[in-house]
Ligand binder design. Sequence first.
Ligand code: ATP
Ligand code: MG
Length: 339
Amino acid sequence: MRVVSGIQPTGKPHLGNYLGAIRNYVKLQDDALAANGECFIFIADLHAISMPHDPVELHNSTLELVATLVACGLDTSKTVLFNQAQVPAHAELQWLLSGTARMGWLSRMTQFKDKSGKNREGASIALFTYPVLQAADVLLYQATHVPVGEDQKQHLELARDIAQKFNNDFASEDDPVFTLPEPYIPPEAARIMSLRDGTSKMSKSDPSDMSRINLSDDADTIMKKVKKAKTDPEPLPPEAAGLEDRPEAKNLVAIYGAFSGKSVDEVLAEYGGAGFGTFKPALGELMVETLSPITARFNELRADRELLDAILARGAARARDMSGPTLSRAYAALGLVRG
Ligand code: ATP
Ligand code: MG
């Protein structure tokens, strides 16, 4: 089992990132070890330049993301944690795969259509070729399991298509260069919605800070945001079916469940009939209980630049070692002379 996943250093990590991605990485590192496998988690800084960005912010967000991942429980003795910019093999393999990826395949990617919007002519080339870099990210490590959200499944399909065509065109059937990666959607992956609108997901790019809980928020801010979260006037229903058509209530109950390890019905067995005046403070306290040690650890790590640099340097050295053989095979398969 070889797990590879990346996360972009854009904006501040929030509760949705934690419950939907980071917490699963922490579990997966033990699952991978137990299966004699390995877990690679990288900061997708090269992907972040595909959209207009501020270099100072990118620099800070990258360091903050390392601190966040470690504060949330990623253990660098179990997981290879690194950033793409320190492992040139990612950019190199992207170019090699660009000979195999087809314009037509990339033109069908919905993320490019969404993110370029009406201004297709003004979109960066990087935004268009983004999925090729993503393919390189996972193929370099012979990934078997790639944890992805729904939104990234199409890109992983593309990575498989690229790997398959490359293997067909340039390798023998019994000795392929690349492993075909499988999408892995963790069973307990939660999709967390905005605190201001239960029908849109909690997101870094939402202009309202009240729409999300940042992992760097202090206890008072968390309590305030939960108390101000949008809800309806009804008390909580006795069972899950009563949450249909009540997206905000459903989201808060789901968050309570994710933090307490309880099912929605178990949460409602306890709080059914209670109003939000009772439920919200209980939810806020539960969040603070889990998040405050993470925030404290984050603040310590963020202040220790030497430690963050050391973590990244060690991760990058391992990632370079682990990706080297596949990169060399890809060069050789294409007939490129490297001495
Ligand atoms: P942006 O708004 O810039 O796209 P984002 O909030 O969606 O930012 P990403 O960096 O795109 O965050 O996502 C990082 C990881 O967190 C991905 O694995 C993604 O699937 C997951 N994730 C993001 N938002 C949520 C959410 N609201 N609920 C669950 N998982 C989420
Ligand atoms: Mg996103």
